[in-house]
Design a protein around this ligand. Structure first.
Ligand code: AMP
Length: 264
């Protein structure tokens, strides 16, 4: 991308773009001379082959969204271009990739770190924009970029939500009407945790219990993890005496949703 006017901003996505993605594009447009969107459903970050197969895809729809959002360039490589025959390198980020999504989805962050390193190297952006919805992903990518001395600045952007609080996600398209109606319970549980914390609760387990009880009010919600963790290390907290991250992974039928809320 040597010819692009700098600063160059990169918005890495897996497509099926929604208002969360366009908020990242807009953020780049406000700061950068050139905004590049990558669209690549990265096979190596899916721990579940069925999830990869059914991940929603539509190039035409995504190109129209990028154009409407004012992106300058879309990079949508075929799998063989990113992983040519003989490809045999994995980037493994250590401690910060261990808990939460790393524990629930073995190999997921190896796939993320490897593909993002390739994108950063190909595009040489000045900044890259990521959503707070995937909070641990941002931490993993920051660690990787710092450790590998990659000059791209990693910018974190707020989570965009539906009016009922559900975080926008490409996977929301898989929810049945009943599951869609149930799904805002993730955000309600996080807000219940935040309210308890704002009222002075500092016991980690009490905050987990608060979130668990909110989720239990929704029979279609099957929690996978309920976390109150140190915002820097993601280690689970017994006492919330420092900045923390509340995070949840919850299944609705075959669809797995995540969300989080920073505290402090
Ligand atoms: P994905 O296409 O799901 O891999 O997401 C691409 C980028 O968009 C990631 O940095 C996500 O964190 C971000 N993103 C996804 N959903 C949202 C959302 N609801 N609000 C803000 N950013 C989001």
């Amino acid at each position: 991308m040597a010819a692009a006017e700098r600063p160059v901003g990169l918005v890495p996505t897996m497509g099926w773009l929604h208002a969360g993605h366009t908020s990242l594009i807009e953020r780049s447009r406000a700061a950068d001379r050139t905004t590049i969107v990558s669209i690549f459903v990265n096979p190596t970050q899916f721990d579940d082959p069925a999830d990869f197969e059914r991940y929603p895809r539509s190039e035409a729809r995504d190109l129209a969204t990028c154009e409407a959002a004012g992106a300058d360039l879309v990079f949508s490589p075929p799998v063989e271009e990113v992983y040519p025959a003989g490809f045999d390198t994995t980037i493994h980020v250590g401690r910060i990739a261990g808990p939460l999504e790393g524990a629930a989805r073995p190999g997921h962050f190896d796939g993320v770190a490897t593909v993002v390193a390739i994108l950063f190297d190909l595009i040489r952006a000045d900044r890259a924009y990521f959503g707070q919805k995937d909070a641990q992903q941002i931490m993993v990518i920051r660690r990787m970029a710092t450790d590998l001395a990659i000059g791209t600045e990693v910018v974190s952007c707020p989570t965009v939500r539906e009016p009922d609080g559900l975080a926008l996600s490409s996977r929301n398209v898989h929810l049945s009407p009943a599951e869609r109606a149930a799904a805002p319970v993730l955000h309600r549980a996080l807000l219940a945790g935040r309210s308890a914390w704002a009222a002075g609760e500092r016991d980690g387990e009490a905050l987990r219990t608060t979130m668990r009880s909110t989720l239990a009010g929704e029979p279609l919600a099957r929690p996978e993890y309920i976390s109150v963790a140190d915002a820097d290390t993601l280690a689970e907290l017994t006492t919330v005496d420092r900045p923390a991250l509340l995070s949840l992974a919850v299944r609705f039928g075959t669809t797995r949703l995540i969300d989080n809320e920073p505290l402090g």
